[in-house]
Design a protein around this ligand. Structure first.
Ligand SMILES: [Ca+2]
Length: 281
């Protein structure tokens, strides 16, 4: 029984170790705190604006007073514009997601759409922040991914469709995670229909999830088989020890004779059990 206990502890520890990375990757956003920067631009984020050109909008990274870490992302609309950072997020169909982001604003126009979270192709957004507010505020947007939806184009923007705006907006610490339910009255977007965009990326992501699940199933099967084998082998060892001791005195650990006996047990376990019982009588 001692050996079984040791094996069970070892296998349980191995299972827990393999399971841990799944819960560690809950945030689906890449570079969510804008700490990875390449050429002054945050990695893994795309930038676009309705009015093109640096005279209309400047994108960049600032290090003073970020919400966390060294950096936050900034959009400055010198001319009225609908401008944004965009990242493609792979999603599973019929699954709900919660997106949150910390935002602050500087001299954003009060009459049009302020700084917000949205999904490209939808006019609904999170609450939008305007005016000048040096304290970080949390914006929240829920997304219900319906049947056939495999990705969403998440946007952190200043201004919106037919509601272009001026001013400066700061973004930091984006969190995209699956959620079980969506609160009544929350800002919510419902995505539906098959989307063909980002097929390759989604496929890779789904495959990874599949592999993780397959690994867990394989490990469970391995544990069950291992426990069964241990449970079968230990009683046989005990019986063999009694039998061998009665007839030859060789013991369980022996030469070819011992191995042949073990092989016979495997080939015809029913007969072996019968003979063992007779011997014991
Ligand atoms: Ca940061």
């Amino acid at each position: 029984m001692k050996r079984i206990s040791v094996w069970l502890i070892f296998l349980a520890a191995a299972f827990l170790t393999m399971s841990e990375p799944v819960s560690a990757s809950d945030n689906l956003a890449k570079n969510p705190s804008f700490e990875q920067v390449s050429g002054g631009i945050p990695s893994d984020w795309q930038m676009n604006a309705y009015v093109k050109g640096a005279e209309a909008t400047a994108f960049g990274i600032e290090s003073a007073d970020s919400h966390s870490g060294a950096n936050c992302a900034v959009i400055t609309n010198s001319l009225a514009n609908d401008s944004r950072y965009v990242q493609t997020i792979p999603v599973k169909e019929n699954t709900n997601y919660k997106i949150t982001c910390w935002i602050k604003t500087d001299n954003v126009g009060l009459d049009n759409k302020g700084a917000n979270i949205s999904i490209i192709g939808n006019t609904v957004s999170s609450v939008d922040f305007k005016g000048t507010d040096n304290s970080w505020k949390n914006a929240v947007l829920y997304v219900a991914a319906g049947k056939g939806v495999s990705s969403m184009e998440m946007s952190l923007g200043l201004g919106g469709y037919s509601s272009m705006n001026t001013g400066k907006a700061y973004f930091d610490d984006v969190l995209v995670e699956e959620t079980a339910g969506m609160p009544e009255g929350a800002h919510t977007i419902r995505l539906s229909g098959a989307e063909n965009n980002q097929k390759t990326e989604i496929k890779t992501n789904n495959t990874n999830n599949g592999n993780t699940k397959s690994n867990s199933y394989l490990l469970l099967i391995f544990i069950v088989v291992a426990i069964t084998l241990i449970a079968l082998v230990i009683p046989k060892d005990k019986k063999r020890g009694i039998k061998t001791g009665d007839s030859s005195g060789d013991g369980i650990i022996g030469g070819n004779c011992g191995r042949n006996e073990a092989a016979a047990d495997v080939i015809n376990s029913d007969d072996s059990e019968y003979i063992d019982d007779e011997d014991l009588i």
